[in-house]
Design a protein around this ligand. Structure first.
Ligand code: HPA
Length: 282
């Protein structure tokens, strides 16, 4: 595969999906590691395996069953991605974020993105959900920005603003839902790394000093591309483990997946609550 995806590849995928649905989805939802069960509530679901969509990047690891589920959540037409690919799998940043381009081409203007993350903030516990208020894009800052390469003028400008990467109105809705439904909701800054190795204790102390509350291996590229295409983004991290700032504990992928079962019910309530309020907006 080429490093940079082209508009005709995006359109081939968008057409393949559009042919299988009757109502165009309004909200895109990406479910991260161990969080796929959050799609169980989608009604009238059309299921499209990633492998059946032209040019779609297919994940290679456990815990990431790859399919799109299109249907309704509280009467909002949604397109759910159960699984995603990561940079560490060998895909280029342009390929990693290709699904966001497809969503934009289908007409989706709102993105809910979730991930599993390690807690750097000592107040966070496994099983918590964190509203992502902002992110630190260490990989994109270092040059692996998904917008590197020819600008796709169809979607946005060469130098997009990133002053509000996560939409303030959607963040407010999430906070309201958390209060109304009594769901504990942490808030903070997500640091996006490339992985696949977990961080060393010194990496984690560095991340804490620069202002990160949680750390993971996804989300930042997708949010950059979403902002480039003028989508409103809501980000939620499921805290799967405490990051190991003093080297006294070990982090495993199994632990990350296991925490999903604690996180999914809260995530479902938050997502449904936000969609319900979103639906009532003019
Ligand atoms: N570090 C990086 N990525 C992660 C972690 C972590 O501790 N937990 C889940 N994803």
């Amino acid at each position: 595969m080429e490093e940079f995806i082209e508009i005709h590849q995006v359109d081939e995928a968008a057409d393949a999906i559009s042919r299988q649905i009757s109502v165009p989805p309004q909200v895109g939802l990406i479910l991260g590691s161990g969080l796929g069960a959050a799609a169980d509530l989608v009604e009238n679901a059309a299921v499209i395996p990633f492998e059946s969509i032209p040019n779609w990047p297919v994940s290679t690891i456990g815990g990431h069953p790859g399919k799109i589920i299109i249907g309704n959540l509280v009467n909002v037409p949604v397109m759910v991605m159960q699984g995603r690919v990561h940079y560490y799998e060998g895909y280029s940043m342009s390929q990693v974020t290709m699904p966001i381009r497809v969503m934009q081409r289908i007409g989706i203007r709102t993105l809910f993105v979730t991930n599993a993350a390690g807690a750097i903030n000592p107040a966070f516990m496994p099983g918590d959900v964190m509203l992502i208020q902002d992110h630190i894009g260490l990989v994109s800052m270092a040059g692996m920005n998904p917008l590197r390469g020819p600008n796709m003028d169809e979607f946005g400008v060469r130098f997009p603003d990133m002053s509000q990467p996560y939409h303030r109105g959607l963040m407010d809705l999430a906070r309201q839902v958390a209060i109304e439904k009594d769901i504990p909701l942490q808030q903070g800054v997500y640091a996006g790394l490339a992985g696949p190795s977990f961080e060393t204790p010194a990496d984690l102390r560095f991340l804490r000093i620069i202002g990160a509350d949680a750390v993971g291996m996804s989300t930042v590229p997708e949010v950059i591309v979403a902002n480039h295409g003028k989508m409103a983004v809501l980000g939620l991290s499921g805290i799967s483990n405490k990051a190991n700032l003093d080297g006294s504990t070990v982090t495993t992928h199994e632990e990350v997946l296991a925490a999903g079962s604690l996180i999914v019910p809260k995530l479902q309530e938050l997502i449904l609550g936000v969609l319900q309020k979103y639906n009532r907006q003019p």
